[in-house]
Each structure stands twice: as structure tokens, then as C-alpha cells.
Ligand binder design. Sequence first.
Ligand code: SAM
Length: 396
Amino acid sequence: MANNTNLGAAKAAKNDEFYTQYADIQKEINAYLEYNPDTFRDKVILLPCDDPEWSNFTRFFAQNFERLGLRRLISTSYAVESKKYKNYQPTLFETESPWFDIDKTRIKGKIFELTRDTNGNGRIDIDDLEWHYLEGDGDFRSKEVCQLRDEADIIVTNPPFSLFREFLNWIFEAKKQFLIIGNMNAITNKEVFPLIRDNKLWYGPSITSGDREFMIPDDYPIEAAGWRIDEKGNKYIRVKGVRWFTNFDHGRRHEPMRLMTMKDNLRFSKHKDFIEKGYPNYDNYEAIEVPYSDVIPGDYDGAMGVPISFLDKYCPDQFEILGLTQISCHDGLPDIKKYNDYKEIERETDRPTGASGGKTNENAVLKGKGNKKTYYLGPNGEKVYSEYKRILIRRR
Ligand SMILES: C[S@@+](CC[C@H](N)C(=O)[O-])C[C@H]1O[C@@H](n2cnc3c(N)ncnc32)[C@H](O)[C@@H]1O
């Protein structure tokens, strides 16, 4: 198996046909049910950006319709001619159906609905799905899909990676409950981060590290990515940085992190580089640098800068989020110094790169030359360097 790919690469290639595995959906949904067995009871669920004949979202919710106590399940698909990837054949399910229409099959979206026991076998399940073509191509932004969104209580899907932010806005403008898949880096976006900070959006519980496999069409172009074919001939690609994003409450986010004191972290941490540097103060924020989530001190009341991966363990009862460095999203902890009169220097040669120190404004900046390619030199010989993006937090 070759290297992993990531959703960023998928986005760049505008490769949106990654299908979520049944087990991943099941694991996530079960975690909500564990926290609140009535999470989905009597709700209308919309699965937009789906493809019910291929997608495990429709399969999962249809098969579990009664167990979850759903009122109505709706899923919509996007017309093949509107997709970036057009190499798609209709399934027997469609071609053998009395509603099959050769003129519509490639240009219209489809809607699948489940509300009742249509075949009279005494239960509501996937065999009771009813479908027809939509008026348009099934674009989630179309009037008819927006109308379905407005009728729904909950939106669940793995949206096209290239439209993640737009999709999130689409959910928020209708104020819906939701559960969607995306890349963890999405949170560092200027529009997305405030939602995390204000506790309107958080990670789901079941994926906190590693990568996930998604099914892809047989002849999908794969460039140097981790992939495999299973015994049935299905093709899968491994994707890293995947997270569920939601506004459903769950148990994991109410489990506080178990933290050692500052003193104990400095004695017992497994991170040698941290033990050497300790908890330096930033040069431009009134906060200390905490380079790993597992060395967050449990006895410090001031502000701290922590890595993005902190969000996998974030418990809003334990910490408040003040901001994020770099993107003007830190009103809760303003930066107190700018570097416009500094120069950027290449660390290996100590020569100026020609760039202004203004480049590092709003970063998490520390004193010294650091280990990165460049550092910054001030008018009086001061040396500073920037750390990676940091989330600024404080203990509650
Ligand atoms: C990442 S795939 C996920 C499919 C399915 N939800 C799953 O996880 O199994 C995203 C799907 O959205 C479709 N899509 C792309 N742009 C869309 C749009 N503007 N409106 C609706 N669907 C779209 C893609 O063709 C693709 O089938």
C-alpha cells in the first residue's frame, strides 16, 4: 500500500466521490444513542449529497428506521451529468423500476423517501423506499432541496469535499441539527472556527485519530494514494484527518481530560523537547505555549496555546476557547505585539529572505531561533520564531 491521501488532495483534485463505510456510520450513530437513546426519535432526517443506491447512509438509516424511531427519511442524489466524475451507470434498482426514464436518468437528481411499510411485510426498512426523479439535478443549493432541508429536523451526510464550507453555511442558515463528515483542518478556517469557539459545532465522538477508508468508483483515478480492492472487487481509498462534525451532544465531550500539574508534566512527560523548553510565554500573546495536549497543566489558570488536536479531547465544561492564532479569530485574547519592523531570516544561512516580519503577526511567536526554516530578526537584534497554529484556551 502506498501513502495516505488526504481530503485536501481530494479537494484540489475536486474528487468528491468518496463513499462512507457502513461501520463508520454505525459506530458514530451508536455513540449518540448511548448518550441519549431518543436522539433521533420522531425526527425527519435528510441525507442530501447522497446516492442511495451506493451510499451506506441511506442503507443504515433505512435499516434502522424503526430502532431509531424515525418519522421520515429522505435522501437525495446528484445527477450524474452535474457531477465532476461522470463515469456512472444506473443500477438495476433504477433501470428495472417502473419509474425509470431514459431521458431523466443522467440529468435529474433523485429523491428516496421512507415513511411507511409499503410492501406490507410488517416492518419499515430499506425495501419500503419510494423514489422519483427531482425537478432539477439534486444540487443541495437548489430550491427543491433547500425546501427539503427546511422540512427536515436533522441533516446527515458526507458532503462533497470541495464544497464543505458552503455546505456548512447551508445547514447553519436553516438552523438544523446535523452530523457531517469533513477534514479536521476545516476548523482553522475563519468562518468555521468561530462556530467551534462558540460551541455551535464540535467533533463527533467516534473518530479522533488515524485514517478512514472510503469506497470509490472502480475506475476512479488514484494518484499515489493508499488504496485497496476487497474480495468483492470494491475499491477503497485511505484518507487521513477525517472527523465527524456535529451539534449533537455526546458523552465524550463531557469527559474532562485527566491532567497532571505543571510540575509533574515537567518531570514525567514523555516529550523530551517539551521538558527542555518548559512552558515559555509567547512574545505576542499573554499566554504560555503548550506544545502537546497531553502536557496541558491542570493547575494553570492563565491562557494557554495548544495544538489543533486538542479539539479531539475538548470538554467545554473544563476549558473555554478564547481564539485561534493566525486568522484574526482571537478577540478573546488579542495579540499584543506586531513584527512589521522585523525581517524574516533563513535559519541555516542567517541571511534575510527579503520578507517582512509582518508575516508572523498573529502567529504564536516565541523568543529564539526555533527549529523551523526561518526566524525573525528585530531592529535591536531580537530573535523570534513562529510556532504552528495554536488554539488559545483557559481553564473554566
Ligand atoms: C463525498 S461523496 C459522499 C457520498 C455519500 N454521502 C457517502 O458518504 O456515502 C459526496 C457526494 O455529493 C455529490 N455532490 C457533489 N456536488 C454536489 C452538489 N452541489 N449538490 C449535491 N450533491 C453533490 C457528489 O457527486 C458525491 O456523490
